[in-house]
Design a binder for this molecule. Structure first.
Ligand code: CMP
Length: 211
């Protein structure tokens, strides 16, 4: 049946929707047919704002919304143990830049997000551009890495390269091992209200707070 105010883009696992004043959390597909229909059009990827771009987090989140993604999970955390970077970047273990990569990832906070969109993995890779910032500046000057990155290592943003990378990275980052950064000391609480999230303006609010 039609539910006023709900559109197809609101329907993804983890979403909280309001149907006739009842708040419902979508936890699973109703059946195999529905799963196949939705999974063929709506994919998930893992995005991360790296330590070099902490102050640009709002602008990057705004670009994520402008490019048509829904943010279904978000956490600010820190690679506090050597093991975090070692596990997260295990495919790069043994490469010459690996120890610099681990040190860089532990140098400040990161913001990890699960994004939902049609073809989210490929689409987000296009939005962030090539790994090397200098190459990004030449070949994709509007990409996030061209705009916010510095070099091959400090390239501002990460995006999963495949569905298996997504489930591995998202599973690690949203586990208890990656603690949230709330200090509960000299803090206040700011709540970004639902209409701002729905209208895709959360990045602008975070940017104003950080500025
Ligand atoms: P990303 O693709 O998000 O994940 C692996 C990271 O390793 C990559 O971003 C860069 O931060 C880093 N990296 C990859 N290749 C190099 C390189 N040749 N020199 C330095 N850092 C690199």
């Amino acid at each position: 049946m039609a539910a006023p105010g709900i559109s197809l883009s609101d329907l993804y696992i983890g979403s909280i929707i309001n149907v006739y004043s009842r708040q419902l959390k979508l936890v699973e597909y109703g059946n195999l047919f529905t799963r196949q229909q939705f999974e063929s059009t709506s994919e998930r990827t893992f995005a991360m704002v790296k330590p070099d771009c902490y102050t640009q987090t709002g602008k990057i989140i705004d670009a994520i919304y402008q490019n048509g993604f829904t943010i279904s999970k978000l956490k600010m955390s820190k690679f506090t143990q050597a093991q975090h970077a070692d596990n997260f970047y295990s495919e790069h273990r043994g490469k010459p830049f690996f120890s610099d990569l681990c040190a860089f990832m532990q140098s400040d906070v990161v913001t990890g997000m699960e994004l939902v969109a049609d073809n989210a993995i490929g689409k987000f890779r296009d939005v962030i551009g090539p790994t090397d910032t200098n190459e990004a500046k030449n070949s994709c000057p509007n990409s996030l890495r061209a705009v916010f990155g510095t070099d091959n290592l400090r390239n501002a943003v990460h995006g999963s390269g495949s569905a298996s990378e997504f489930s591995n990275e998202c599973g690690q980052f949203f586990s208890r091992s990656f603690a949230p950064t709330a200090a509960f000391n000299n803090c206040t609480t700011a709540i970004i209200k639902p209409h701002i999230i729905k209208e895709g303006h959360a990045g602008k609010v975070i940017d104003m707070i950080l500025q």
